[in-house]
Design a protein around this ligand. Sequence first.
Ligand code: SF4
Length: 384
Amino acid sequence: MHALTQPAATAPYAPPTGWTRLSPTYDPWDPIRSLQRYGRHELTSVELTVTHLCNMRCEHCAVGDSLTMREAPHIPLDLLFKRLDEVQRLETISMTGGEPTFSMDTVRNILLPVLKYARERGIRTQLNSNVTMDFERYELIAPFLDVMHISFNYTQAEDFHQIGFARTGRNVRPETTSKMYERMVDNARKLSQGGLFVSAESMINYRTHRSIAEIHRLIEEMGCVRHEVHPMYPSSFASGLPAITRGEMFEAVETLLDVRNPEMWMLFGTLPFFACSEDEEERRLVRRLRESKNVTVRNDPDGRNRVNVNMFSGDVYVTDFASVPPFGNVRGEKLDDVFAKWRDHPMQQAVNCHCETASCCGPNLLVADMYYRGTDFTVRKAGL
Ligand code: SF4
C-alpha cells in the first residue's frame, strides 16, 4: 500500500506539488475545522448529486429508491459555477450518484469541468464511485481528483454479488459480477499505484461485523490510503435489512483497532458513541479511538458544514435525514443563504453541541433519532 508517509507528486494522479497532503491531521471534510476556525458552523463543503443511474443495486444503498434507467438534463454548469463562486469559505466538493461514471456524457460534461474548476480554486474534491467501469473513465478523471471514495464490504466475489445485485430485479449471473469484482479491485489498485488517494468505505452491518478484519486486510492489499468505517443505519431503501446491536457495533470497532495496519489512516464516522456517554466502556472506546495512531473520528458533515445540490432539479438539501425536505434551490438562492436558514432551524439546534476537549460537535440526526430520542445534547459535556 502507499502509506501516509509516501511523498506527493511521485505519480500521475498525485495532488499538485505544494498542496497540503490529506492526512489524519488535515481532513478538510471534517466540520469541526470550520467550527474551530469561525466559531460556528459554516458552509465549507458542497456535495453534488450528478446522476441517478447506476450499474449496481446495493442492498444498503442510501439513494436506492431514486435510481432510474433514464434521466433528465442537468442544470446549466454556468449556474452551478456561479453558485459555487459565491460560497465564501468553500473548501471541498464531493460528487455522488448513482454511479457518477456510469455515463460517459456525465464524465465529460460534468465531472471533468467540475474537477478542473475545483483545481483552479484550490478546492479539494471527492468522487464516490464503485470503480467497476472501464479503467479509461477513471484515468480521465484521476489527474484532477483528490479522493476516490469506494465502497468495499466484501471478502470475495460472492459477497459482492449478493450485496451489490440484491435489488436489480433481474437475474444477474455470478460469472458477470465476478468479472466486475475483479475489475473493481484492479481499478482501485491501479489508481492507488498512480498516486491517487483511494479511500475505501466499509459499513458495519449484519453482514460485515464478523468479517471486518478480513475486509480491512483486502483494502490494505488494494493499496488504499484510508479505510473509512461507518455503522449502517437503515435508510428507507435499506429499512428491511436486519439491524445489529450497539454491542455488536462496539465489538467490530474494537476488533478493527486490534488488527488494523497502524500505518493506514482509519476514519470512523457516524458512530453512536460519544465522550459524554454515561457508560464507562463507551468512554473508554472513544478515548482509545482518540489515542490510536492514524485513527480519526470525523464529525458528520451532513447538516453541519455541507449542503447537497441535486444537479437535475437544483434543489438543495442540508441533510439526508428523511424528514427534512429541500431547503432551497440554486435557481433562486445563494448556497450560503440556504445554509444560514438551516443553521437556525430547531432540528439543527437540538444536536448543536460542541465539546472542544473531545473535538466533537454532536451526533448526526439519524444517530440522535435512532439511539438518543429525548436527549438534549446541548446540556451534555464530554467526560473524557
Ligand atoms: S459534543 Fe455533544 S455529543 Fe460530543 S461529547 Fe460533547 S455533548 Fe457529547
